[in-house]
Design a protein around this ligand. Structure first.
Ligand code: K2U
Ligand code: ZN
Length: 173
């Protein structure tokens, strides 16, 4: 297992449409394991492959909040949304590729997704609340979309300027 470097916005790789995963290979399994460990280490509740520089359609998530509850690591390969609720909710979203920036984003409250698991089988599950928000946030990453794309131009530009400054300062270290 290797902790992967998380790309910081602005980065062209975070704006690309990712390619489908052709087959569930041992390499994909190793990448998924690295992504889960990188997510837990961040810490975060989700992480998409393009965030670690791999432009393929897979993400991981574990939105179990209670410290005393068993973690529920999930690996979703070639995920697709098959249903969304009419009901929406608004969540103060963040992003591991846009550190320390948060803004309200409104999305469907429930979402049903279909995906290929590491077991090579097709899965379908309905997600609610934080799980639904996270799954939609991660799927956006596979389509080159960031949560700041839902904000007004001024707010998006302000956050992007902050990230450019942060990257410039980090480059000096
Ligand atoms: O994709 C990512 O950058 C991981 C995000 C996923 C996420 C964003 C917004 C809402 C839910 C999930 C990270 O987990 S950001 C850290 C975080 C943790 C809990 C709630 C919100 C943000
Ligand atoms: Zn994100």
């Amino acid at each position: 297992m290797t902790l992967r470097n998380i790309l910081i916005h602005p980065d062209p790789r975070l704006k690309k449409l990712c390619d489908p995963v052709p087959t569930v290979s041992p390499e994909i399994g190793a990448l998924a394991e690295d992504m889960l460990q990188t997510m837990y280490d961040a810490p975060g509740v989700g992480l998409a492959a393009p965030q670690v520089g791999v432009l393929q359609r897979l993400f991981v998530m574990d939105c179990v909040k209670e410290d005393d509850a068993a973690p529920k690591p999930m690996v979703l390969i070639n995920p697709e949304i098959t249903w969304t609720s009419e009901e929406e909710n608004t969540y103060e979203e963040g992003c591991l590729s846009i550190p320390d920036q948060y803004a309200p984003v409104t999305r469907p409250k429930q979402v049903r997704m279909s995906w290929m698991g590491l077991d090579g089988k097709q899965h379908e599950e309905e997600f609610d609340d934080l799980w639904a928000t996270c799954a939609q946030h991660e799927l956006d990453h596979l389509n080159g979309k960031l949560f700041i794309d839902y904000l007004g131009a001024m707010k998006r530009q302000m956050i992007t300027r902050k990230m450019v400054k942060l990257k410039r300062e980090n480059a000096r270290l």
